[in-house]
Design a protein. Structure first.
Length: 155
């Protein structure tokens, strides 16, 4: 179900969007980030981290695969770009997906089975990028209402 479509005109708007999103994510959220290189996936995770109170720099974990950030809840930034599907079993993703932390997964299309429930964020474009949020499972029913409320639109 499509929850929201939004235009993000620049990187700071993308970070601000992530910050607002962090405030309304349910515990244990799995966020699947889709988009080409440069679409803003890591920039969005930087905003989510900021919204969770994380002050350390957030960079793409392309070469380390997973960055863990201490917050309440913890943030797991996962980048599957360099992996093949067969290598995912050795990564132990279940450990990150089966707890109360927020797992942001870049390049989730590498996974044979996507987590459920999950929030899919599809980012397109470079200047004035578009974000489309889709919910899979009931855990994210409150996300759209949370955005409408924070934007002052009511329900």
């Amino acid at each position: 179900m499509v929850l929201l479509e939004i235009t993000l005109p620049d990187p700071e708007a993308t970070r601000s969007f992530g910050e607002r999103l962090a405030a309304i994510l349910p515990p244990g959220a799995a966020i699947c980030l889709f988009g080409e290189m440069g679409a803003g996936k890591t920039t969005l995770v930087q905003g989510i981290a900021r919204g969770l109170g994380i002050r350390e720099p957030v960079a793409s974990p392309t070469f380390t695969l997973v960055h863990e950030y201490q917050s309440t809840p913890p943030l797991y930034h996962i980048d599957l770009y360099r992996l093949e599907e067969a290598e995912l079993d050795d990564l132990g993703l279940d450990e990150y997906l089966e707890n109360e932390g927020i797992a942001c997964i870049e390049w989730p299309d590498k996974m044979a089975v996507l987590p459920s429930p999950r929030l899919e964020i599809h980012l397109t474009g470079e200047d004035g990028r578009q974000a489309r949020l889709e919910a899979v499972g009931e855990a994210f029913e409150g996300v759209r209402k949370g955005f409408m409320k924070s934007a002052g639109s009511g329900d």
